[in-house]
Design a protein around this ligand. Sequence first.
Ligand SMILES: [Zn+2]
Length: 196
Amino acid sequence: MIPEEEKTALTKELNEKGVFFTPSIEIRIDRLDNIPLMELETNNENGIYNRVRKVLKPIVNYGWDNNILRITNIYGDEFSIHVYLGKNKGIISGWEITIWDYKGTKTVGVWYKTYAADDDKLNINEIRSIKTRLEEFTLHILHCSDCQTTMPSDRGIAFNPEYHKEYYGGQYFAGHYCKKCWEVKWRAIESRENYD
Ligand SMILES: [Zn+2]
């Protein structure tokens, strides 16, 4: 929430009328070889992502913790993307790119990249790897968050060995697991969470 005095007249009018919406910043996957990851980094106050957020905030009073960065694939499907420069005791450990489905309820994939400089960009091979994963999601194929095997995106989709290697097992937070990993490990973790 933003202080009352910082709200624009438009924001106040929208709030009074009960109209709420969350904007999004849309990046096309093919453009990522041109945009330094630092511009999209979640904690970089001077990057494009946070500069746009700061401008939008007084107009559209969305929650600060909302991730409003989106990426689209060739089918026009939108995903939620998070770019993070990992640090361990002040020392940079590397780039971490996480993509969820639009609602943020399913992890589509996590990619890691070695940090070289502030103008690091994704290369063509990295973009290709992300693109493949996003296209698979549109075709209802997910990768197990543990072993990375392919499986249907939910229980409702019939097992088709042509596309998937494993059955769907279950979901724990945004992670989803193939039947094997679910039975061996994640079912127990999920039930422990429920009974604590
Ligand atoms: Zn698995």
